[in-house]
Design a protein around this ligand. Structure first.
Ligand SMILES: NC(=O)c1ccc[n+]([C@@H]2O[C@H](COP(=O)([O-])OP(=O)(O)OC[C@H]3O[C@@H](n4cnc5c(N)ncnc54)[C@H](OP(=O)(O)O)[C@@H]3O)[C@@H](O)[C@H]2O)c1
Length: 210
């Protein structure tokens, strides 16, 4: 598939690299450094660098991987995304990282969906630290971590579920896009565990059932 990355920092570079290695065509975009985008693309098979508008025009799937404070600027640079599958991995963190800036009655995913009318938005990848995407493997022992995802478009969710498997996680359908109101606080729990509780960023969740 053709995947456009809007925001080629920790998350965008990690996920883009994995998908490109899996055979997807990836366009890295949105960095303040053109050299950074070009060096990244050169180091990865099936990848190239471009502008956000080029990334959107050439791709049926778009990953939004920018900080919450930059979301409006990034979406403006990307332009309309009608009909595209838009994966939102953001967390709407406060500037001082002390908590979430929004929640309970909305979520970053729902706000992004409002900003990109007609796009098929799916929330995913926000509950795992970027370090895990930059590791050689997503396996913990013999176990694949769970990746929760949610959205209102079943076709888009099915495509994203396959992309989650490509990354090496067990996809877990968590319902409508509104469930992002639960997935974004879950990321905050991971930040608490990783930093305040000292577990570090090479951690992931696994859902068990019987
Ligand atoms: N990091 C994690 O562990 C993690 C885990 C889960 C979810 N998330 C969420 O994922 C999102 C991305 O996080 P991240 O850690 O990947 O952030 P990041 O490393 O800061 O990447 C953001 C990207 O946006 C680009 N950017 C910012 N302002 C720009 C501007 N004015 N013009 C052009 N490009 C600009 C940055 O450019 P430069 O290349 O010039 O810096 C960078 O490539 C956030 O919402 C975060 O909450 C992060």
């Amino acid at each position: 598939m053709n995947i456009g990355i809007i925001g080629s920092g920790n998350m965008g570079s990690g996920l883009g690299r994995i998908w490109a290695k899996k055979g997807h065509q990836v366009i890295f975009s949105y960095s303040r450094s053109k050299d950074k985008l070009e060096n990244l693309a050169r180091a990865v098979p099936n990848a190239r660098a471009g502008t956000p508008a080029e990334a959107v025009a050439s791709s049926e799937i778009i990953l939004i991987s920018v900080r919450w404070a930059d979301i409006k600027d990034a979406l403006k640079a990307a332009g309309p995304m009608e009909g595209k599958i838009v994966i939102d991995c953001t967390n709407p963190l406060k500037e001082d990282l002390s908590g979430l800036a929004i929640g309970h009655t909305t979520s970053a995913a729902e706000e992004i969906a409002r900003m990109v009318p007609g796009a098929r938005v799916v929330k995913a990848f926000n509950t795992v630290f970027a370090e895990v995407y930059h590791s050689n493997s997503r396996l913990y022992g013999s176990r694949r971590p769970t990746m929760f995802y949610c959205g209102d478009d079943s076709g888009a969710k099915s495509v994203v579920s396959k992309l989650i498997s490509d990354v090496g996680f067990e996809p877990m359908d968590s319902g409508p896009l509104k469930s992002a109101r639960y997935l974004e606080p879950l990321a905050m729990l991971m930040i608490q565990l990783g930093y305040a509780q000292g577990m570090g960023t090479n951690i992931a969740m696994s859902l068990i059932r019987r």
